[in-house]
Design a protein around this ligand. Structure first.
Ligand SMILES: [Zn+2]
Length: 159
C-alpha cells in the first residue's frame, strides 16, 4: 500500500471520526459543503459536486478526457495511466497529489474558519502551485511561462 493510500485512509474525515465515535450522529458526519453525502475520502476527493467541478476543470487544463470512477483509488490509477511517457506520468502524479492536498486544505478552511471557496480559484491555485513545483523539481524540463502553463490543453503543448 503506497503512502498516499495510507494517508487518505487515516485522514480525520467525518466518516472516520464517526467510526471512532468522536462524531455520533448521521447529521454530524455529512459533508459540510454540499450537505448530501457522508464525508468520506471518496466523497471529498471525488464525488462531492464541488470536487467534480474541479476535476472537470483539471480535465480541460490537461486536454485529456477523464473517466469518473466512483472510488478514489481507481481514480488515481486511471489518472496516472493517462500518460504514456514517464515524464507525463510524473506530471500527472504531481497534479493528482496537488489537487487532493489543496482540496483537503479547502475542506479544513471551510470546517474551521467557515471560509467558502470557488472551483475556478482553487484550480488556479493548483496550477500556480504546480508551476512552482515544476520550477523547483523540474518535473517537465522545458521552461514554460506561467500564462502558458495555466492555459488549457497543456499536455499536448508541453509534450
Ligand atoms: Zn459534499
Amino acid at each position: 500500500m503506497t503512502t498516499w493510500r495510507m494517508m487518505l485512509n487515516r485522514l480525520p474525515t467525518r466518516d472516520n471520526l464517526k467510526k471512532k465515535r468522536i462524531l455520533t450522529t448521521e447529521e454530524e458526519s455529512k459533508c459540510n459543503e454540499c450537505g448530501m453525502g457522508e464525508e468520506s475520502s471518496n466523497h471529498l476527493f471525488l464525488l462531492c459536486p464541488k470536487i467534480e467541478e474541479v476535476w472537470n476543470e483539471i480535465q480541460r487544463w490537461l486536454g485529456i478526457p477523464l473517466a469518473q470512477p466512483n472510488h478514489i483509488e481507481r481514480h488515481y490509477d486511471m489518472f496516472i495511466n493517462l500518460g504514456n511517457k514517464k515524464k507525463i506520468r510524473t506530471l500527472l502524479l504531481a497534479i493528482w497529489v496537488g489537487t487532493i492536498w489543496m482540496r483537503w486544505k479547502k475542506r479544513n478552511e471551510k470546517c474551521f474558519e467557515g471560509k467558502d471557496w470557488e472551483c475556478k480559484n482553487l484550480v488556479l491555485e493548483i496550477k500556480i502551485k504546480l508551476w512552482c513545483w515544476n520550477r523547483i523539481f523540474k518535473i517537465v524540463e522545458e521552461e514554460i511561462d506561467l500564462d502558458s502553463w495555466c492555459s488549457n490543453d497543456i499536455i499536448c503543448k508541453i509534450f
